[in-house]
Ligand binder design. Structure first.
Ligand SMILES: Cc1ncc(COP(=O)(O)O)c(C=O)c1O
Length: 384
């Protein structure tokens, strides 16, 4: 999003979403109504989960799941250092300790071969992230979690619609959480969705999102009975209406993004400076962003220059993602011995997120590619 000619991202909205928002306005029910219920059942049905609980962000959804699992001070949670900060923040929010595991360089997800070494007697969960919408290894993490009696939480905020071995993102662990920020495959402005097959997790999350309210005999929440310390993590009916419209169009939304990713891969495959995203044949990627990376000969400074060059040409670009363990406030948690994750660090210094959303045209892909060619040709990139 931004003011560039070709923005980094953009929501893929249609008249259907507008009509559904107007329906809410006409009905004058603005919170906790039928749109929220429909949004929940559409997502539950789509991923094949028994429960879906809509919340006001992916972050609050992940927080609720960790709380519902009883994770807190003294507990360790294994996670990736190569992600958007929220996946680690939620571990800190519940008072637990994040334990990072390096990634493998193809899927960019945690290296399954390194996880067991990170397990201690304090480990309670694996919080796995489907980086850029790629669910590869989710089955392996689930198996490791099962073997060691740990919970697995899927941060699938970037992966709605993805699958691994035919199983949909969100269904591998105790619970999964999707996010609906405007750059996501399904966008509601702000919003999130917890999916789970576990009745207890679902009920606790419903209570946590709604001020700790309990349920009456009919299973509905009693308005002024508060059974636990809760929060206001509710989504509004207006946002849920956008979500209902987006979920009715989900196959189209994902297909449009896949088409753009394929167009980029075809156009950039001749540019030897780039390592392009590759997807395991068992994996169905749900493209959240399109992030090629420069080859190992390139420095972080050269990558940053390239991103600035694109922006100067009115083309959105970003360094998805700076490593979480290198953020000063996270580094400070480790005192005088900050950890190092060489693969995450090396890749993070070379990534270039390009403009990506379902409406990008072949002409725009061509313009981005030609601009990259000019910028790479003009400078002594990678040859210093
Ligand atoms: C991997 C990951 N986790 C968590 C989040 C947080 O989602 P939200 O911005 O809806 O709180 C995001 C979204 O941006 C994300 O990409």
């Amino acid at each position: 999003m931004g003011s560039q000619d070709i923005p980094l991202s953009k929501p893929d909205l249609s008249p259907l979403e507008t009509e559904l928002v107007l329906e809410v306005m006409r009905n004058e029910r603005l919170a906790m109504g039928p749109m929220t219920e429909e949004f929940e059942s559409l997502v539950a049905r789509y991923v094949g989960a028994r429960h879906a609980v809509a919340v006001n962000s992916g972050t609050s959804g992940l927080f609720c799941v960790l709380k519902a699992l009883g994770i807190g001070p003294g507990d360790e949670v294994i996670t990736t250092p190569f992600s958007f900060i929220a996946s680690t923040n939620v571990i800190l929010h519940v008072g637990a300790t994040p334990v990072f595991v390096d990634i493998e360089p193809v899927s960019l997800n945690m290296d399954p071969g390194l996880i067991e070494r990170a397990i201690t007697e304090r480990t309670r969960a694996i919080l796995a992230v489907e980086t850029f919408g790629n669910p590869t290894h989710m089955d392996l993490y689930a198996e490791i979690a099962r073997r060691h009696g740990l919970a697995m939480v899927e941060d699938c905020c970037e992966a709605l619609g993805g699958a691994c071995g035919g199983k949909k993102a969100g269904t591998f662990g105790s619970a999964g959480v999707f996010g609906f920020y405007p750059n996501k495959q399904v966008a509601t402005g702000e919003g999130g969705m917890i999916v789970t097959d576990d009745d207890e997790i679902a009920n606790t999350c419903r209570s946590l999102r709604n001020q700790g309210r309990g349920a009456d005999a009919a299973g509905k929440q009693a308005w002024l009975r508060h059974e636990r310390l809760g929060y206001n993590f509710r989504i509004s009916e207006l946002q849920a209406a956008v979500g209902v419209g987006q979920m009715r169009r989900i196959d189209e939304l994902i297909e449009r993004r896949r088409r753009v990713a394929t167009a980029y891969i075809n156009r950039l495959s001749g540019m030897s400076e780039f390592v392009l995203p590759t997807v395991d044949p068992e994996t169905e990627m749900s493209w959240f962003v399109f992030v090629p990376r420069l080859g190992v000969a390139f420095s972080r400074e050269e990558r940053d220059e390239l991103i600035n060059g694109l922006r100067i040409h009115d083309i959105g670009a970003a360094d998805y993602f700076p490593c979480i363990h290198e953020m000063p406030f996270i580094r400070a948690l480790f005192g005088s011995s900050p950890p190092s994750f060489p693969i995450a660090e090396s890749i993070s210094g070379r990534t270039v997120a390009l403009p990506f959303h379902g409406g990008i045209t072949d002409k725009e892909v061509e313009l981005v590619a030609q601009t990259l060619e000019v910028l790479l040709g003009r400078q002594e990139f990678g040859r210093r």
